[in-house]
Design a protein around this ligand. Sequence first.
Ligand code: CP3
Length: 353
Amino acid sequence: MIILERLLKTKKPSPRIPIWFMRQAGRFLPEYRELRRKHPSFLDFCQNPKDASEATLQPLRRFDLDAAIIFSDILVIPSALGQKVEFLTGEGPKLTPITSEQELSALNFDQFEKRLQATPEAISLTRQALPKEKALIGFAGAPWTVACYMIQGGGSKNFDEARLIIAKDPVFFDKLMMMLVEATALYLIAQAKAGADVLKLFDSWAGLCPAWLTDRALIKPVKQIIERVREDCPQIPILYFPRGSGEKVLSLGRSVKADGVALDHFIDPFFVRDTYYTHGAPLALQGGLDPLVMAAGGALLEKEVYRYLEAFKGLPYIFNLGHGMIPSMPIDHVTRTISYVRTWEKENLRIAM
Ligand code: CP3
């Protein structure tokens, strides 16, 4: 049995701590940069099953990781629904903004499956190539985060324009969320059926969701997606990453009925541990290490790795970063991080068990 999958299903710690890193397939790897050069358009790269699968496998050839995450992006869903999405080098994503019910009516599911079929194809290729003890993670952006980009038309520090439109036109927003719930569930089910062992929903901008909107924009849509996926694929574990949600992270994970939550590097791991039992249902935990601490290296890196491992000792914990790998990440810091985890678990878990 795959250890990451088992940990998420049983919510019990394992003697080998599963390790993977957000954006482990990325620009910090020279072999990724070379493959990236073949595709002038980032979306075309995501749309090429063979190369997407190759990018997914690259980090596992270099590092002793327990999971691969399928190479794709959170903005493939708006593109598949018919919104114009471009990735401009150095400028971030650019989308033709959707700001009203009328503009929303231009989007539809006519080409949806066809436009997204590269991901399930890449998953099936990757699953065949991946050693059987390694997990393959499928993913999608969560509706709130994807909606922020769709309405704003690109990245933003605070998504104020998008949030003003949402406050002014609740009918439009709720319709957009309904469409994204349907699209995201279909996309995740296709990934599960193609061979993904675990699914993850990335809510990168959960921290920008105001309190009055939390139920409508985070909890309800993510819970609906998870319910829909479980109707078709009852076995598959699902992780939720409400980045920036602070002390609400555990209650959000439990409200949406996820199997696990990913932690960013702003929530203190000891706070999470101390409040873990006060919230009810068991929940797996993942992540937390500051990517910049990993990039800086030195004594602080070792100290921080051990701090996360100590905080979550005895709990179902998956080692990961608090956000994606940065392009300037030194490769040997990744290797060192993994060896700190392996050394710690040998000294603290295997002997005791
Ligand atoms: O672990 C994972 O791979 C997670 C999946 C994921 C990706 N992007 C894959 C990816 C997630 C959650 C994202 C989020 C994302 N993508 C955001 C939200 C903010 C955040 O960081 O969470 C945004 C704005 C994007 C859009 C995006 N993705 C841009 C502008 C680019 C650069 C385009 C280019 O030409 O290279 C990407 C690239 C991207 N997304 C990579 C991966 C693995 C490629 C490599 C890298 O960034 O190192």
